[in-house]
Design a protein around this ligand. Structure first.
Ligand code: G6P
Length: 613
């Protein structure tokens, strides 16, 4: 769960690397380092802490002159964040330097072996073991490609590696297996990176290497070899994202920028084709017969994407009448899911590289299920491995806590449900048309929530409640799921203890935690359940809670009679209401975190892409 970047060309590499790492900090930010090929040595600067500390340490790169280099931003897995565990790692003879994203699972066994042959280590990392093994193989053959082939053959686990060799000032090596890596071609320069934003300032022409590929990059060329060292051809593609997409612009934080981008993202996602890289002839999305044969759908995902999956369960069962289970991807393999060729497994992932979601996908495929991925990042592992993919059009999401990608995933879920409902005829054509029209109007309605007045109300609420220690979220039906997402957002950003419960479950335990002044955010936007939820609001009021009720204009007046504060949101088609409801909760989390002095874009202990299980 780290970010790697590499550069070879005509510019000073250190500046390019530091700039690239700043775009990858969302992947990890507990230490960072760069290595530049200088005439005398592979010069390294590494530092615990944020990238800024490294910048200061190496005088913004001026201490490391040279036009070839690699860099790394770390989220510690093996060994605590420290200067010596930070990458790049060099062999003891200083000949090879390496950056790594992923986990070498058999590193202890390899380390024992290397120790017995007299090697010594300066860090606790799995990466230094890989560097050492590579150094040993290079010393034997003097051929880097052969040495990389021999080394990767011994590694189990996942890795994207950027490699420099002191003897070879004109080239950089890169390898990937189960960890993301893109190769970029510029004019007289080439780059490697874990994600596109790091290289967009130089090029949009990229190659997505396949699993096991080894690349040799010079300033003029990219050659690719398979894991056995045989040359292979990979297509060059164009990244759709622009430099500005990954820049802050006038916003103080990426999170606010991304919240504000949601109307645009919804417009783009609603207009995009519903099939991505699938072989259309066999697309389940186009074949009513296959859909009719579906006995069950599973939706597997992590974090916020799991909440989209949970909403998907409600939506697909209600509108399409297909039995649907939503499950956290980390549990999928161990829950003995019942899978066969009449099962559809939907995987949802912004990054397309979450380890547990990828593992769930592999399990589903191994058991013969049809797999469909809803992914934001093109060329990502999950997008490549699934039978079909639908891309969300969220653009690059930089803030660790997702907002716009969540909204885009949800929009895809609506479209999927409407497609199934149309083909299965579980809804009338007129009802489906109405919902589709409403989806097109959704960006405007979300724009209403994002007017200064709406934002101001959430800022005021955050001012009032930011010092509290506990917050509860309650709601029924799809509102209960939005509560889960609202409470996750609040806890990950502000570190306030936040819990979400279906309102009807309160009496079965959590109500014992309600006492004088405890804030309860009650979502009451499901029309037929409004009065039931308000009955639960009365229960917590009777025990001293301060209630903030989020409801539609239809019920706002009535809610005001019981709740302390009412947040009024536009009433939209019931299918789409969750998309509107989450926006004020995102804003509340954002402002609360700011009031508490938290780093909203990089909350403690969290990384955006979780590539370890
Ligand atoms: C992390 C992020 C979440 C995200 C989850 C799943 O926990 O902080 O915002 O929802 O990973 O990530 P994915 O890339 O698979 O959607």
């Amino acid at each position: 769960m780290c970010g790697i970047v590499g550069y070879i060309g005509h510019r000073q590499a250190a500046g390019v690397l530091l700039e690239g790492l700043s775009k990858l900090e969302y992947r990890g930010y507990d230490s960072a380092g760069i290595c530049v090929h200088t005439p005398q040595a592979l010069a390294v600067s590494r530092s615990k802490g944020r990238l800024q500390t490294l910048r200061e340490k190496c005088d913004s790169g001026a201490d490391l002159p040279g036009t070839l280099g690699i860099g790394h931003t770390r989220w510690a897995t093996h060994g605590a964040p420290s200067d010596c565990n930070a990458h790049p790692h060099r062999t003891r003879d200083g000949k090879i330097a390496l950056v790594h994203n992923g986990i070498i699972e058999n590193y202890l066994e390899l380390k024992e072996e290397l120790l017995s042959r007299g090697h010594r280590f300066t860090s606790e990392t799995d990466t230094e073991v890989a560097a050492c093994l590579l150094g040993e193989n290079y010393a034997k053959t003097g051929d880097m490609l052969c040495a990389i082939v021999a080394t990767t053959a011994r590694l189990t686990g996942s890795y994207a590696l950027g490699i420099l060799c002191l003897d070879q000032p004109d080239r950089m090596y890169a390898v990937r297996k189960d960890s993301p890596l893109i190769l970029g071609w510029g004019d007289n320069e080439c780059l490697i990176a874990s994600d596109a934003p790091a290289i967009l300032g130089y090029t949009r022409r990229v190659i997505y290497p396949a699993d096991g590929d080894i690349a040799i990059l010079t300033d003029q060329s990219i050659q690719i070899f398979n894991a056995l060292g045989n040359p292979v051809l990979r297509p060059t593609e164009e990244v759709q994202w622009s430099v500005a997409d990954a820049e802050l612009g006038d916003y103080p934080h990426f999170m606010l920028k991304e919240i504000m981008e949601q109307p645009r993202v919804l417009t783009d996602t609603a207009a995009a084709p519903l099939t991505g890289n699938s072989d259309c002839a066999n697309s389940l999305l186009l074949d009513p017969e296959q859909i009719r044969n579906l006995r069950r759908i599973y939706i597997a995902a992590c974090g916020s994407a799991y909440h989209v999956g949970f909403l998907g369960k409600y939506i697909l069962e209600k509108y399409c009448r297909i039995p649907t289970e939503s499950i956290q991807a980390s549990e999928f393999r161990y829950a003995a899911p019942i899978l066969d060729q009449n099962t559809l497994v939907i995987l949802i992932s912004q990054s397309g590289e979450t380890a547990d979601t990828l593992a769930a996908l592999r399990e589903a495929k191994a058991q013969g299920a049809h797999t469909l991925a809803i992914v934001n990042v093109m060329g990502s592992a999950i997008a490549k491995a699934a039978d079909e993919v639908i891309y969300t059009c969220a653009g690059p999401e930089i803030a660790v806590a997702t907002t716009k990608a969540y909204s885009a995933q949800l929009a895809v879920m609506y479209r999927l449900a409407l497609r199934f409902a149309r083909l299965l005829e579980t809804q009338s054509q007129e009802d489906i048309r109405q919902a589709e029209d409403a989806l097109l109007d959704l960006p405007r309605q979300i724009g209403q929530v994002l007017l200064p007045e709406g934002i101001g109300q959430m800022r005021t609420l955050a001012d009032r409640f930011h010092a509290c220690e506990d917050i509860f979220f309650i709601g029924r039906n799809v509102d209960a799921v939005t509560c889960l997402e609202g409470s996750l957002k609040l806890k990950e950003l502000s570190y306030i203890h936040a819990e979400a419960y279906p309102a009807g479950e309160l009496k079965h335990g959590p109500i014992s935690l309600i006492e004088e002044g405890v804030p309860v955010i009650a979502l009451a936007t499901v029309r037929e359940l409004f009065h039931k939820t308000m009955a639960n609001v009365k229960e917590v009021k009777a025990r001293g809670a301060t209630v903030i009720c989020l409801t539609t204009e239809e019920f706002a007046e009535e809610a005001r009679r019981t709740a302390d504060v009412v947040v009024e949101v536009p009433k939209v088609h019931p299918l789409l209401q969750p998309s509107v409801n989450i926006v004020p909760l995102q804003l509340f989390s954002y402002f609360t975190a700011l009031n508490r002095g938290c780093d909203v874009d990089k909350p403690r202990n969290l990384a955006k892409s979780v590539t370890v299980e």
